[in-house]
Design a protein around this ligand. Structure first.
Ligand SMILES: NC(=O)c1ccc[n+]([C@@H]2O[C@H](COP(=O)([O-])OP(=O)(O)OC[C@H]3O[C@@H](n4cnc5c(N)ncnc54)[C@H](OP(=O)(O)O)[C@@H]3O)[C@@H](O)[C@H]2O)c1
Length: 261
């Protein structure tokens, strides 16, 4: 029996991180490189893709041939052909991790229109479905292949602040993951549902550093762990979904104990 059968579970596997240049994506990519996997990142900005790939290679100098990145704008009207071009460039993969998210949709009900609702959904749900549709053509029909979607805790634990649209999308992604696990079997499909995680995503809704600190401090005064999630915490939830060939149709929570509040 190999003494590294657990640590080597991801060695040699190709993992595409869609939206992998953000805070959580970077941590997952670092973990994957540490475990010997090959990482392919994509996001909408060429400069960001280049910078994150360079940062990963700097941290893992022996992994230059295991890091690459491609631009794929998921907010564009040509989203499906962008995804087709992406997979044409990337080729076969063992896993797809979908973690793309644009500006958080904090839209009060009075401001919801058909247009805003469609716009809110494009990157987080519509493009996710299209990535799965195109991406599965590039995956082995095997239980060691998997797809991980990203939802959020808000759909099961509402908080004040106008998050209804995000709650609907999160609940939809949980349902989508479970149904796809059935439809795409034996390829596994799981969902990671983060609580509040300390990344730059919070700057995207207009919070400056002080505003973010104040929001985190208030949240930390209520959550059982007393600390908002860190990207390296979240990375474990994704790694679990990739490694456990027996896990499919599950929602993995990493949320500082938010549900106990
Ligand atoms: N951080 C949290 O507290 C938290 C909580 C619950 C759920 N989540 C979810 O977890 C995921 C990762 O979160 P994070 O904190 O790492 O977010 P982040 O730092 O904002 O990263 C978001 C990623 O999505 C990409 N993206 C945005 N617009 C895109 C587009 N039009 N086309 C392609 N890619 C696009 C970004 O790259 P570009 O901008 O360069 O395109 C980036 O790679 C997101 O889906 C987020 O909603 C996060």
């Amino acid at each position: 029996m190999s003494p590294t059968r657990f640590t080597n579970k991801l060695a040699g596997q190709r993992v595409l991180l869609v939206g992998g240049t953000g805070g959580v994506g970077l941590s997952v990519a670092q973990a994957l490189l540490e475990f010997g996997a090959t990482v392919v990142l994509s996001s909408s900005r060429a400069a960001k893709v280049k910078d994150i790939c360079a940062a990963l290679v700097k941290d893992h100098p022996n992994a230059e041939d295991r890091v690459s990145g491609h631009v794929c704008d998921l907010a564009s009207p040509s989203v499906e052909s962008n995804i087709e071009v992406l997979f044409d460039r990337v080729g076969n993969v063992d896993h797809i991790v979908y973690m793309a998210g644009d500006r958080l949709p904090m839209v009060p009900l009075d401001d919801v229109t058909l247009e805003t609702w469609q716009k809110c959904n494009q990157v987080r749900t519509i493009a996710a479905i299209l990535v799965v549709k195109v991406g599965t053509r590039y995956m082995k029909k095997d239980r060691r292949s998997s797809i991980v979607l990203t939802g959020g805790s808000i759909c099961e634990k509402p908080i004040a602040g106008g998050w209804s649209m995000l709650a609907l999308m999160g609940a939809g992604l949980n349902g989508l993951g479970r149904q796809l696990a059935y439809d795409l079997a034996p390829i596994r499909v799981n969902v990671v549902a983060p609580g509040v995680v300390e990344t730059d995503m919070w700057h995207g809704i207009g919070m400056d550093e002080d505003g973010k600190r104040a929001f985190f401090a208030e949240h930390e005064s209520m959550i059982p762990t007393g600390k908002v999630g860190q990207p390296e915490d979240l990375a474990e939830a994704y790694l679990y979904c990739l490694k456990d060939a027996n896990a499919t149709g599950v929602v993995v929570h990493s949320n500082s104990g938010t549900f106990l509040m």
